[in-house]
Ligand binder design. Structure first.
Ligand code: URA
Length: 447
C-alpha cells in the first residue's frame, strides 16, 4: 500500500477499507510506517472522523495488534473502569483497591498523561519503585494473588495504542471520537475483563466539551463493548472543575490515600462510589448500584480498601513508607499561594487551562521525550460555590522548575474567577448510558 495515498484518501473524507486499516496498524507497530506519516493520518482522522464500521474495524485491529489476555482461569467476574480523561482525575487509584476489597477482581491497563489531562501510570510511577511494565505472566499472577493489577500498554499488550497514544499526546490529535474509542476499547478488551464501567467526561476540562459530543462518545464506547460481549455502562460526569483538590502526580496519590483512609472529598468520592457501586454490581456482588456503593463505602470505612491499595503497591514494587507518611517524600523547591481577588464565591474554573498549566509545571509532557516531575502540581483550596474573602488563599502551586514555575503561578490566578454567585454548579454525574440508551442519573444517598 502507498501510505501517502491512504493519508490523502482520509484527508479528502474517504472511508478506509478494513485492508487499508490493517495495513496502517500493522506497518506502524512493525516500524514500517514512520511517526510523521502516522501523525498526518491521525490529523486527517481528527478532521474527517470515521464511519461506525471504520471505528469498529480500527478498534479490533488495535486490540489484535498484541496479545488478548485470558483471565478465565481466575475466579470471579473481572470488571474494570476507564475514564476518557480529566483534570485531577485520580478515581482509579481509589476505585481499584476499593472494588477489589469488595471481592471483584480489577485488571486495569491505564494510560499516561494525555493532552491537558493526567494519566494513572504517571501518578502511580510517582510512588518510588512502582512498576507499571509487568509482563503478561506477572500481570496474571498479581491479579490472581491481590485481586487488582495496574499496568500500562506494553510491547505485547495493546502495542498499537502504546505508540499512537504517545504520538497523539504531542500532536494535538486527542479529541476525536474514533481515536479515543479505539484507544480505550483496545486496551480494555485486551486485559481479560468480563464487564466495563466508563467515566465519560464532559465540560471545559474534558476532551468532549459539549454534552452532545460526550453522549456520542459514550454511545460509541458502549456499542463497541456490547458488540465484544462485555456488559458496558458509561456515566457522563462533569469536568466543569477539576475533580477533587489535587492536580499533578504525587499530590494526586496523596489525595487518593487520604480518601482511602476516609477523607470525604465530595465530588471525587461521589464519582468513585458510583462507578465502584456499578462495578460491584456488574461483578455480581450486589443487586443494585446503590447496594454496591454501600459495600464500597464499608470497604473504605473498615480500612480494607486502604490495606488492599498498600498490598497492590507493595506487590508492584512500590514503597509504602511514603504513602503512610507523605512528609517523607521530597518537598518541591517552589510553592506559591494564589489569593482570591474578591469577596464572594468561586464562580468559574478554566479547567482545561489548569490542566495545561499543570503539564507546563512538569506534571505532563509537551514533547514525547519529556521527563515528568512528580512533585509538580496544583492544590485547589476552594471549589465552585465555596465562599471566599478577598486575599484568602484559593490555590497552591508547587514545582521544582524555576523556568516555568513563576509564569504558571501568575497564569493560574487568571484561571479561577471569584465574585458574586452566578447560579448553582451542575451535578457531578448527569446521566448513564448503557446498551438500552441514555437516562438521567441522580446519585442516591448511601448511609
Ligand atoms: N483515554 C485513553 O486511554 N485514550 C484516549 O484516547 C483518551 C482517554
Amino acid at each position: 500500500m502507498n501510505p501517502v495515498e491512504l493519508i490523502r484518501k482520509k484527508r479528502n473524507g474517504g472511508e478506509l477499507t478494513p485492508d487499508e486499516l490493517r495495513w496502517i496498524i500493522t506497518a506502524y507497530v512493525q516500524d514500517r510506517l514512520p511517526d510523521y506519516q502516522m501523525s498526518a493520518l491521525l490529523m486527517a482522522v481528527f478532521f474527517r472522523g470515521m464511519t461506525d464500521t471504520e471505528t469498529s474495524t480500527f478498534t479490533d485491529l488495535m486490540l489484535h495488534s498484541g496479545a488478548v489476555i485470558d483471565l478465565s482461569g481466575i475466579p470471579g467476574i473481572k470488571v474494570d473502569k476507564h475514564s476518557t480523561g480529566g483534570v485531577g482525575d485520580k478515581v482509579s487509584l481509589i476505585l481499584a483497591p476499593m472494588v477489589a476489597a469488595c471481592g471483584v477482581p480489577v485488571p486495569m491497563i491505564s494510560g499516561r498523561g494525555l493532552g491537558h489531562t493526567g494519566g494513572t501510570l504517571d501518578k502511580l510511577e510517582s510512588i518510588p519503585g512502582f512498576r507499571t511494565d509487568l509482563s503478561v505472566e506477572e500481570y496474571k499472577k498479581v491479579i490472581a494473588e491481590v485481586g487488582m493489577v495496574l499496568i500500562g500498554q506494553t510491547k505485547d499488550v495493546a502495542p498499537a495504542d502504546r505508540r499512537m497514544y504517545a504520538l497523539r499526546d504531542v500532536t494535538g490529535t486527542v479529541e476525536s471520537i474514533p481515536l479515543i474509542s479505539g484507544s480505550i476499547m483496545s486496551k480494555k478488551l485486551a486485559e481479560g475483563i468480563d464487564a466495563l464501567v466508563l467515566d465519560v467526561k464532559t465540560g471545559d476540562g474534558a476532551f468532549m466539551q459539549s454534552d452532545a459530543d460526550a453522549e456520542a462518545l459514550a454511545s460509541t464506547l458502549v456499542r463497541i463493548g456490547t458488540m465484544a460481549g462485555k456488559t458496558t455502562v458509561a456515566f457522563l460526569t462533569s469536568m466543569d472543575q477539576p475533580l477533587g483538590m489535587a492536580i499533578g502526580n504525587w499530590v494526586e496519590v496523596v489525595e487518593s490515600v487520604e480518601c482511602l483512609r476516609g477523607k470525604k472529598v465530595p465530588d471525587l468520592m461521589e464519582v468513585t462510589l458510583v462507578l465502584g457501586g456499578a462495578m460491584v454490581m456488574l461483578g455480581g456482588k450486589a443487586r443494585s448500584i446503590e447496594e454496591g456503593m454501600a459495600l464500597c463505602q464499608s470497604a473504605i470505612w473498615s480500612g480494607r480498601a486502604y490495606e488492599k491499595f498498600l498490598e497492590g503497591v507493595r506487590r508492584q514494587g512500590g514503597a509504602t513508607d511514603v504513602l503512610e507518611q507523605p512528609d517523607r517524600y521530597p518537598a518541591p523547591r517552589f510553592v506559591e499561594e494564589i489569593l482570591s481577588p474578591a469577596d464572594g464565591v468561586v464562580t468559574h474554573f478554566q479547567t482545561r487551562r489548569i490542566g495545561v498549566l499543570a503539564a507546563e509545571l512538569g506534571a505532563g509532557r509537551l514533547r514525547s521525550d519529556d521527563v515528568i516531575e512528580p512533585k509538580a502540581g496544583i492544590m485547589l483550596l476552594k471549589k465552585l460555590g465555596d465562599p471566599v474573602r478577598r486575599g484568602e488563599p484559593i490555590a497552591r502551586v508547587m514545582g521544582d522548575r524555576e523556568g516555568s514555575f513563576h509564569r504558571v503561578a501568575g497564569d493560574l490566578a487568571r484561571c479561577i474567577r471569584c465574585g458574586p454567585p452566578e447560579g448553582t454548579p451542575r451535578p457531578t454525574i448527569g446521566a448513564v448510558v448503557d446498551a438500552n440508551g441514555k437516562r438521567p442519573w441522580t446519585t442516591p444517598i448511601v448511609h
